[in-house]
Design a protein around this ligand. Structure first.
Ligand SMILES: [Zn+2]
Length: 118
């Protein structure tokens, strides 16, 4: 099954409830209702100001959304993808669907979710 985008209403619903940083486990998907909603954040290396890029996806219905926001001051987190070489990273990020599939696999393997500290 392919990936598709969350609707605007579904994206709005994602912002309700506890912060992902406080509770990084799976949560309820606003599209299909199953508790398979997952997320991954990282910071682009060459951003002009502190930026957080979030990928949120559902492992059940395969909807996703990507977003950028200001990096919350003092937020620290683990990043398993930081262990990749530049070449491996390019491979993984070549396509959005490939990237999401990679993240989903890492979650299934227990590498994700990330650990967060304020
Ligand atoms: Zn879903």
């Amino acid at each position: 099954m392919g990936w598709s985008s969350f609707s605007g209403d579904e994206v709005a619903a994602l912002t309700t409830g506890a912060s992902f940083f406080a509770e990084p486990g799976e949560r309820d998907c606003p599209a299909c209702g199953r508790r398979r909603l997952r997320a991954y954040v990282n910071s682009p290396a060459h951003a002009r100001r502190p930026t957080l890029v979030s990928h949120v996806w559902c492992a059940a219905c395969r909807k996703f959304v990507g977003s950028r926001s200001r990096h919350p001051a003092g937020l620290a987190y683990s990043d398993p993808l930081a262990l990749l070489t530049a070449e491996e990273r390019r491979d993984v990020e070549r396509s959005l669907t490939g990237f999401l599939a990679h993240l989903d696999r890492l979650w299934d393997e227990g590498v994700l979710p990330q650990a967060f500290a304020a």
